[in-house]
Design a protein around this ligand. Sequence first.
Ligand SMILES: [Zn+2]
Length: 154
Amino acid sequence: MKLTPQEKATLDLFLPGTISKDGFLGDDSRHVHDIVQMDQRELTRLGIDQKDIADRMSHFIEAGKKGLETTVDLGDFTVQVQWQRGLILCPFGEKRRVPKLIAIVCNKKREQCIRYSQLNEHMIREHGFFEGSGSTFRLNPAELVQILEIQSSS
Ligand SMILES: [Zn+2]
């Protein structure tokens, strides 16, 4: 596929060393749109939409913020939020910046934890993007749904 200069500039933002040291694609050679489309199919299979996932992720971020970097016990879950004192740009190229914040949520019953950033939450909500496979912050939709016990709101 031939890219326009603007598309090319946008894609560069996903590569290592522009916005993030490690980039957003890992060793995934697929086009960003194809990655989004594949994960969209997975969401359809799971019967969950990206807003349900983002809402749940943001619920834990908000709960974790109250702990000021210590672990917050929520009963069935614990969450710890680490704020890296800064903002990060979204690679999709809007002007807004997202706080550089990481949440680690553990599901006590399942004995499983998952780590994600506020940028992950933003990209899932606004762009349906879970990052490329092998990327440091790649999230697997099915794992998110399982560990965070996400239910469909519709
Ligand atoms: Zn964005």
